[in-house]
Ligand binder design. Structure first.
Ligand code: BV8
Length: 233
């Protein structure tokens, strides 16, 4: 491991935002208003009931204004400030808490609540309000905006950038994810195969915890600052 100035890649999931008040998918038992998330978070679900899917995302987008980054997000931003150009966050989360904590190098592999995608012309732009009232696309004027979210069955964003980051990372950490969704769930094995030192920080134990070099079990707001302190010591 390049211990002098290691390249560090961190994959985060809903668990890192749980203590900020954003519910995880497991907390809701993968359900929302009685719908399975896979149904709501899918092109088929959107085609079948766009009003319900817009309501799901409009509610989560509005909630962003009520929550703050927690100590785990802040610790990762501190790590990036201490090791400029050496730290990349790959997040499955669609919230903006990493950026609001100060992280600069963030890859949203599953999209973002703060962005809208035009299904007519492909234009992507920041959109902070509701989409359920079908506002027009700034580029083409069509009322075809959808959440800029990678749904089940859709290709992830920034795949090349993600695999490049994993290829030459020295430390790969996984924080607050159940590891149920692919390809995100396969990234740790990819990093390990490339020789990375792997670290798991999660509330619940993972089945593959023994594959990790280090495991910190507990709440992200406590374990992540501890882990960052150990790196910067
Ligand atoms: C694709 C955006 C191909 C939506 C999301 C069968 C087998 C294997 C794979 C598949 C299969 N069938 C289909 C697939 C592929 C599918 C998939 O993996 N399905 C799963 C359900 C089996 N994947 C896809 O479809 C992906 N795309 O494969 O495309 C392709 C290629 C080319 C061209 C076309 C197509 C796209 C997947 C992206 C889906 N979108 N998010 C939204 O957010 O609304 S997924 C969504 O769910 C999240 O982004 C995240 O990825 C996932 C939930 O996972 P977590 O973040 O881990 O959250 P969870 O609640 O599960 O866990 C929380 C964890 O935190 C727990 O472990 C808990 O212990 C911990 N925790 C809680 N509190 C704390 C804590 N830890 C620390 N501190 C705390 N306080």
């Amino acid at each position: 491991m390049n211990t002098s100035s290691p390249n560090i890649v961190i994959l985060t999931g809903a668990g890192i935002s749980a203590e900020s008040g954003l519910s995880t998918f497991r907390d809701a038992n993968g359900l929302w208003e009685g719908h399975r998330v896979e149904e709501v978070a899918s092109p088929e679900g959107f085609a079948a009931d766009p009003v319900m899917v817009h309501r799901f995302y409009d509610a989560r987008r509005a909630q962003l204004a009520e929550v703050e980054p927690n100590a785990a997000h802040l610790a990762l931003a501190r790590l990036e400030q201490a090791l400029p150009g050496r730290v990349t966050v790959i997040t499955q989360n669609v919230d903006d808490l990493h950026e609001r904590a100060g992280s600069r190098s963030v890859i949203h592999m599953h999209g973002q609540l703060r962005s809208a995608l035009c299904a007519a012309c492909g234009h992507r732009a920041e959109h902070l309000g509701d989409l359920g009232d079908t506002p027009p696309c700034q580029q083409c004027g069509e009322r075809a905006l959808r959440p800029d979210i990678v749904w089940f069955g859709e290709a992830i964003y920034d795949g090349e950038r993600i695999y490049d980051a994993i290829t030459d990372c020295d430390i790969f950490a996984v924080i607050g994810t159940s590891g149920m969704v692919y390809p995100a769930a396969g990234l740790a094995a990819e990093a390990r195969a490339n020789g990375a030192h792997t670290v798991l920080l999660n509330l619940d134990p993972h089945d593959d915890a023994n594959d990790y070099t280090e495991v910190y079990e507990g709440r992200a707001s406590e374990r992540v600052p501890e882990w960052v302190d150990s790196l910067l010591r």
